[in-house]
Ligand binder design. Structure first.
Ligand code: TEU
Length: 575
């Protein structure tokens, strides 16, 4: 916070400016009932862990009623909790317990699509003249008998983005699984129903929404074909359904109808694959009243080729170029989310770090240091604070995620070998994020007394929360220190970001500067020692290693944060 001696108070920052968000994927967090699936009482029972970590906001992945085709991202009732996870009363209890500890709760809002079992869709598909028909995107097929999909878009989970309904012969649009039909946002009744549901949750006391694929709600008129790359099965619909023509209008309407006038203002996070910095700046400019921050994907696609299964070597130069550009282009206006991990991404320590026993701890700490000292809002995905690694699965039967399983099915049909598929899943499957949180070294990592729905990583005997909370040198305590630093050091929130040595392949280095303070962050993001050209003057604030840095060289995965005090010409004389 700004010192009292500053002559003029800066404009009030929103409450979330110095907040750190922790994401809970309820299915894999903690099971209280013994059925092998995480649940809401399991979360409530572990709030000590979150409080000790020091996070401010919990983003809860979907717990609504759902057939669980996509683990809850297919909602059949927006105003109830799925019995898998508990009851509405359990959720109220979690909310009260979080509030009692000074934490906030942000719900996942999945309104690009519903489940095909949502009563709206059941009604919609029942007859072409049903009043809910126009709540979803129905079209006649192409071909002589309408036997071909209305356009060439592919779904994110393999196969076409359209499914033909036997009864009417028409096709409905689903950018994700056939069990996730897209809502038709052109229809004002749909929008009004979504607004009403959102107000209902805010009235219940939740503190905001993380809006799932919210930049896909407005599609280009006429739903034209996407460009078909040579050899591709489907056209690229992305440019036609992302950041579409009426997106900003819809977001502003949500803001007006749902958020305006509420104090404190709820937090809104727009999950937006394929958003540009220019778009992000507009969407998060407070003057436009759309969303508070974007959650974008550029930095988690740079080690991927044309599909997510096409894995390329990571270039830190490329990573710095993208994250650095987001820093610069949103410096004056706009706000970005900072993350390595979430429930859709493999584990950061395995993907960007080194999860071998020698380097796991230091590399997890180094990655966290770099990320948390950027400008924006950091997200910690459950288990990341323990340096949890990818699952060592060796058989297809161990995987659960529909995206992975559909890929296996489609690729096999095209002749892919099992070894190739296993190699792809071992690097890129979403299931790496979804193995149970490792609480203890005991059976099933203390996650459940039953049989876990997905196998626990056997490394839990070493890597677990109980051991790390007791060890001041653990990954957990490093995350705790980074989170605390954001709360106490205004420079982490406000400081101007300047990238250093941008061309260096191993070093990630930058400064953050305010009139009073400069933080210098230098990290060796590799498993070999490297010469350090950056001046490490000042006071050592944090390090990923137990011993202080030496002159001129950084050890493997050594990350240090230095602080210097600047002469502040603008400071007045203390009263
Ligand atoms: O994901 C958004 C998204 O674009 C997905 O395609 C994601 O990038 C995918 O996992 C790539 O591998 C959101 C949710 O985070 C995800 O869990 C859901 O499956 C998806 O939307 C549909 O609701």
């Amino acid at each position: 916070m700004t010192a009292m001696s500053v002559p003029e108070q800066p404009p009030a920052r929103p409450w979330w400016s110095d907040a750190v968000v922790y994401q809970v994927y309820p299915r894999s967090f903690a099971d209280s009932s013994g059925d092998g699936i995480g649940d809401i009482p399991g979360i409530t029972a572990h709030l000590d862990h979150l409080e000790a970590l020091g996070v401010d906001v919990v983003w809860l992945s979907p717990v609504y009623r759902s057939p669980q085709d996509d683990n809850g991202y297919d909602i059949s009732d927006y105003r109830d909790v799925d019995p898998t996870f508990g009851t509405l009363a359990d959720l109220d209890e979690l909310l009260a317990a979080l509030h009692a500890r000074g934490m906030k709760l942000v719900m996942d809002l999945v309104v690009n699509h519903t489940s095909d079992e949502h009563p709206w869709f059941v009604s919609s598909r029942s007859a072409t003249d049903d009043p809910k028909r126009s709540w979803y995107t129905w079209r006649d097929g192409r071909g002589e008998h309408g036997e071909l999909p209305p356009n060439n878009w592919g779904s994110a989970f393999s196969g076409p983005a359209w499914t033909r309904d036997a009864a009417s012969g028409q096709w409905y649009l689903h950018l994700f699984s056939p069990k996730q039909p897209d809502l038709e946002w052109e229809n004002p009744e749909v929008r009004a129903a979504v607004h009403e549901m959102m107000r209902w949750w805010l009235t219940r006391g939740v503190d905001g929404f993380r809006m799932d694929v919210i930049n896909m709600i407005s599609k280009v008129d006429g739903l034209p074909d996407g460009v078909l790359a040579p050899g591709a099965l489907f056209g690229d619909g992305g440019p036609l359904f992302r950041n579409g023509p009426r997106l900003e209008e819809h977001l502003q309407e949500v803001h007006r109808e749902v958020f305006a006038g509420r104090e404190p203002a709820p937090l809104t996070v727009g999950e937006m694959p394929g958003v540009s910095t220019a778009q992000a700046r507009r969407y998060t400019d407070p003057a436009n009243a759309e969303v508070d921050m974007v959650f974008q994907f550029e930095h988690v696609t740079i080690d991927r080729g044309t599909t997510k299964w096409d894995v390329l070597p990571l270039s830190w130069r490329a990573m710095k170029a993208t994250l650095g550009r987001w820093q610069t282009e949103l410096a004056e206006t706009g706000w970005n989310s900072l993350y390595w991990d979430n429930h859709d991404q493999p584990r950061a320590v395995s993907r960007f770090g080194d999860d071998s026993p020698t380097h796991r701890v230091a590399s997890a700490k180094a990655l966290a240091t770099v990320l948390h000292l950027h400008r924006g809002t950091p997200y910690v995905y459950q288990g990341e604070e323990l340096g949890m690694a990818n699952a060592p699965f060796t058989r297809l039967e161990q995987y659960r995620d529909l995206e992975s399983l559909n890929h296996v099915h489609q690729a096999r049909a095209q002749g892919a070998e099992e070894d190739t598929l296993l190699a792809q899943l071992a690097v890129a499957s979403r299931d790496h994020a979804r193995t149970p949180v490792q609480w203890t070294h005991h059976e099933h990592a203390g996650f459940t007394t039953g049989t876990p729905w997905i196998e626990v990583n056997p490394d839990h005997v070493e890597v677990n929360a109980a051991a790390q909370r007791a060890d001041p040198g653990s990954v957990f305590h490093h995350y705790r220190a980074l989170i605390a630093l954001r709360h106490t050091e205004a420079c982490v929130v406000d400081g101007v970001f300047t990238m250093l040595v941008p061309e260096h392949e191993q070093l990630y280095a930058f400064t953050r500067t305010t009139p009073t303070t400069t933080l210098t962050v230098v990290a060796n993001l590799s498993s070999t020692a490297v010469a350090n050209p950056v001046d490490l003057a000042g006071e050592l604030v944090l390090s990923s290693l137990a011993t202080p840095p030496a002159d001129g060289v950084l050890r493997p995965w050594e990350a240090v944060v230095m602080r210097t005090t600047n002469r502040d010409e603008t400071r007045g004389t203390p009263p």
